[in-house]
Write a protein that binds this ligand. Sequence first.
Ligand SMILES: [Fe+2]
Ligand SMILES: [Fe+2]
Length: 359
Amino acid sequence: METKVKSRVLLVDRDPDIIASVSSLLAKEDYFVTSCSNAHEAAARISEESFDVVLADVQMPDISVMELLENIHKQSTQLPVILLTEVPDFNVALEAIRGRAFDLVVKPFNFEFLLQAVKRAVQHSTFIKLKDDYSHSLKNMVMEKTRELGNIRQQREDISKDLVGCLITVTEFQDNEAKIHGKRVGAFSELIALSMGMPMEFVRKLKISSQLHDIGKISIKDEILLKPGSLTSDEFEIVKTHTTEGKKLLTGSSHPVLMMAESIALSHHEKWNGTGYPEGLKSDDIPMEGRIVTIVDQYDVIRTQKTYKPALRHEEAVRIMTRGNERTSPEHFDPKILNAFIKISPKLDAIYNSFKGLS
Ligand SMILES: [Fe+2]
Ligand SMILES: [Fe+2]
């Protein structure tokens, strides 16, 4: 059988007759009453026990109304206090309001009125406690969920790093330089995105996924990929399919990193002026991640020795990117990303140099 918890009332009054009559009245209404005769004792009781409402005499000799209320609220800020007064005095009422009293009841009591005041105060107290409990459990729940989400995100990032690491290793079987190229493109992309103030979630995904931009090359034969000298136009058409092949390899995942990797694999040879491949997309139609990788990929290619060209110094690479040559034009790049590239280009040079000797 469920036992009803009685509401607890602290009654403070210097008059023993008032204590006796009010205690008896409240006990009959199923309240648990604790009484005391002065403010000092009342403060001690409130610090030791939990009450739902305080009924306090305002004409106590040793304390003013304001001090009484202050002392009670110091112990328990939300505890409702009903003041009991013999004199319906304007100043007492004013002080009661200023001191955040819950109600003011004039003696001799209309008991019905007093009971209604106590009932309202107890309801208020219950509501405050429920609200506090709810806020507390809500706060705990939010903290718990945030912790869980943090763990899940960390696990997902660990998985994605492992997964991408495996995929990059696959490309390494074909060409170790391709792996180092992928790592440099990851580092460059991260730096450009950071300097453009992109959201951290985007930057994190871009750093990992951009390393897979050329993964489609694993479906192209070595004799074309590693052919010394220039490619025929037919061979170049085959090389261009590494974008669509890369998309095919990465497609169908719901993992955010792999979804971005798929987008980059397909779009990293699109050009801002629409002269790129495979779809000839223009300007904002090219996804942001693809536009960033286009620029850093091109920088890395210019810096690196290929079978058909020598390695070039950083300054020369920046000059080509910003002024153009027979292969490259600044119109290939999103102007905002090109600006970010120019601003941070010394850092890109430092990153490029830090990878030397690894290939
Ligand atoms: Fe590529
Ligand atoms: Fe590339």
